[in-house]
Design a protein around this ligand. Structure first.
Ligand code: SAM
Length: 267
């Protein structure tokens, strides 16, 4: 897609104001500014979105049982399962997200609790029928196996990077990383001795179209400070506009989001 002539752009990750995405400090900063975990850039998608595939997997395993969301954020994704569940519980370490989830809930059978998903989970053995994480912690599978009944379902859904236009066309601003493989996720999850069986991993590919040049920058600066965002806009906007306008289609600038989807059975 690129003619290989794009210059190296300003790299915000090298600036001292950069906060590592998904670190506790980053979540605090994000919550302090916007009060929820929600992508702020404008875009459209080709169907099906990866999270619709995840939702279908959860619904087809749930059958009016008990459901746990590990790392639920402010709970927006978990709400949709309340009608198909006896009980839904969302847990997260970020107090602000949990308070927002409990404040905005409109049904009785869903609750949000401040709990470290990587620690001991305060639920009885075999309590849940299904437990999942959507982009949350990676070290909860041993406990997940204990609190989900034998034969129940455990699901892990993790973002595995965005490729296509972003990394090819905006070098520097977006760093080069190799296309992920399905089994990459098994190297970073702590599944050893978890007791899970029937472990299966899929790599989902989702097509997204960023709507405007500014959305390229908004995506890169998600959760960063206003000070750093102002610097990035000043350093990059002109080049990003030029490149975006050269390569965008009528739908916007096409990017590919990869997700790892792990499914397993509790024993
Ligand atoms: C990428 S966000 C995803 C939020 C939500 N699941 C969603 O998809 O909109 C990851 C969430 O996991 C939470 N988290 C990270 N580490 C955690 C841990 N050890 N225990 C519980 N929650 C955690 C973060 O606070 C954050 O809300």
């Amino acid at each position: 897609m690129s003619d290989g002539l794009e210059k190296i752009l300003f790299d915000p990750m090298k600036h001292p104001e950069w906060v590592v995405p998904h670190s506790p400090e980053w979540y605090k900063q994000l919550f302090g500014e916007v009060g929820e975990y929600k992508y702020p850039w404008k875009s459209t998608f080709d169907e099906p979105r990866a999270e619709m595939i995840l939702a279908e997997k959860i619904n087809s395993s749930l059958c009016e049982g008990r459901l746990l969301d590990v790392g639920c954020g402010h709970g927006e994704f978990a709400f949709q399962f309340a009608l198909n569940a006896k009980e839904v519980v969302g847990i997260d370490v970020e107090k602000g997200f949990i308070e927002k989830g409990n404040k905005t809930k409109s049904v009785e059978n869903i609750n949000f609790l401040i709990i470290d998903g990587n620690g001991n989970l305060p639920f009885p053995n075999d309590y849940f029928d299904v437990a999942y994480t959507k982009k949350g912690p990676r070290d909860w599978y041993h406990e997940g196996n204990r609190i989900v009944r034998a034969g129940g379902t455990i699901i892990g859904f993790y973002h595995a990077g965005s490729h296509g236009a972003l990394r090819e066309l905006f070098p520097g601003l977006y760093s080069q990383i190799p296309k992920p493989e399905a089994n990459d996720i098994l190297r970073v999850l702590n599944l050893h001795g978890s007791g899970l069986t029937d472990i299966n991993v899929e790599l989902l590919e989702e097509i997204e179209y960023l709507s405007t040049p500014e959305d390229v920058l908004i995506k890169k600066c998600f959760g960063q400070s206003k000070k750093l965002r102002d610097i990035v806009w000043q350093e990059c906007l002109q080049d990003v506009e030029r490149i975006f306008n050269k390569y965008a289609t009528s739908k916007g600038l096409k990017i590919i989001n990869y997700y790892h989807l792990l499914t397993a059975k509790a024993s």
